[in-house]
Design a binder for this molecule. Structure first.
Ligand code: GTP
Ligand code: MG
Length: 397
């Protein structure tokens, strides 16, 4: 099975707590504070890997948690940073946020984006000594990591894509045109997942062509296999509309597919189309295409069985395929894939949380009780510990 969608939950690592410690040396009776800082929590990163073809690796596992930062320790020892995890996805994967907003489009190998950022580590008590407070018995608590629910959708990146009814001969054609070897058989719906092939011109130029499962009437509403794969046509700059020319109703066949492209939307019905009239070996004379249509940039009678017309079609592809858009990333490093996306930009906290030797201290504008509860629980508060909020001292339950 080919998986072009996945929903995942990501949780970045919590920052490590600051250390609460005092220097101990043989001849120094009362050493100063020497608690080091906590390490940063690990990030969850999404990364495009050329070697991958689909999102099936996210079937087995959908929750990903980066490592938490280690707490700071005595002797000013900094806690280790939490491990960052990298989720690898095929090139062409888009990530959407919970509101359906496009977060990023990893359209280039090795493009990467931070989906959830690790919390910063808390400062150790070594930072809190002042002339009047030489023994600070508190240290900062590490911040929580960001979390997010993300939908991944793979949209193949091909220069041209085939559209057509089942059995039209799309896969046979891709075998003829490219290095790909998709399965061919005399029954409909032989192709169950998109296949990419590379076509080479005599002068060494290359184009990628996608063979997509056959479409039938109603495909845009989910009939047959076609619908979920229509998305893979979206990024192709040229459609190869493959029609079995040995059938009597060539025009009707064209229109059936064309309607589905229009119903699907995303501009598929405005894409330039090369009409491939296949199976001419079954016809006594060369067929013609009965329609005038401004999107039709060429009509090619071919036989994937005998190879007739294939050479011409191949050359024409290089001529007809609109030039790829300039790789914008070179001029515009601010493309989404380079942005560091923060799912929930952490609101600046109006308070700070410190660990003391008896429990916790909240300094600044304390959050509402529910939130305070959650924050303390996350920081590892235990029953019976003291929580100082302003002038008040509460007991944690
Ligand atoms: N006579 C003849 N048969 C062909 C030609 N091209 C393909 N076929 C046959 O048509 C049948 C369907 O071919 P496929 O390439 O599997 O068709 P498809 O469009 O990929 O079909 P789906 O994957 O089901 O959508 C097979 O039996 C092929 O051998 C051709 O040019 N001439
Ligand atoms: Mg096929």
């Amino acid at each position: 099975m080919f998986h072009d969608r996945a929903r995942i939950q990501v949780l970045a690592g919590r920052g490590g707590d600051g250390g609460l410690s005092f220097r101990r040396e043989k001849h120094v009776p009362k050493g100063g504070p020497d608690g080091g800082d906590g390490g940063r929590g690990g990030d969850v990163v999404l990364m495009a890997d050329e070697r991958l073809r689909d999102l099936s690796s996210f079937r087995a596992k959908t929750k990903f948690k980066a490592g938490r930062g280690e707490p700071g320790r005595g002797a000013r020892k900094h806690g280790a940073d939490g491990a960052t995890i990298e989720l690898r996805v095929p090139v062409g994967t888009q990530a959407y946020g919970e509101a359906g907003d496009l977060i990023t489009d990893l359209a280039r190998p090795d493009a990467r984006i931070v989906l959830a950022r690790g919390g910063s580590g808390g400062r150790g008590n070594q930072h809190f000594a002042t002339p009047v407070r030489q023994t600070p018995r508190f240290a900062e608590v590490g911040e929580p990591g960001e979390e997010a629910e993300v939908e991944l959708r793979l949209k193949l990146l091909a220069d041209a894509a085939m559209a057509g009814l089942p059995n039209a001969g799309k896969s046979s054609l891709l075998r003829r045109l490219s290095n790909a070897k998709p399965k061919v058989a005399e029954y409909p719906f032989t192709t169950l997942a998109p296949v990419l092939g590379t076509v080479e011109s005599p002068d060494g130029a290359q184009l990628t062509v996608a063979d997509v499962p056959g479409l039938i009437e109603g495909a845009s509403e989910g009939v047959g296999l076609g619908h979920e794969f229509l998305a893979h046509l979206e990024r192709a700059r040229l459609l190869l509309h493959v029609i079995d020319a040995s059938a009597e109703d060539v025009e009707e066949r064209f229109q059936t597919i064309d309607r589905e492209l229009a119903l699907y939307g995303a501009g598929l019905d405005e894409r330039p189309q090369a009409i491939v009239l296949n199976k001419i070996d079954l016809l006594p004379e060369l067929p013609s295409f009965p329609l005038e249509d401004e999107r039709v940039v060429g009509v090619f009678p071919v036989s994937a069985a005998t190879g007739a017309g294939i050479g011409e079609l191949k050359l024409a592809l290089f001529r007809l395929c609109p030039a790829a858009p300039e790789p914008v990333f070179e001029e515009a490093p601010e493309l989404p894939e380079f942005l560091e996306y923060r799912p929930q930009p952490p609101a600046r906290r109006a308070y700070r949380l410190y660990r003391t030797d008896r429990g916790f201290r909240v300094v600044g504008e304390a959050p509402p009780p529910d939130e305070l509860d959650a924050v303390l629980r996350a920081a590892g508060a235990r029953k019976g510990q003291e929580v100082e909020v302003g002038e008040e001292v509460l007991e944690w339950e």
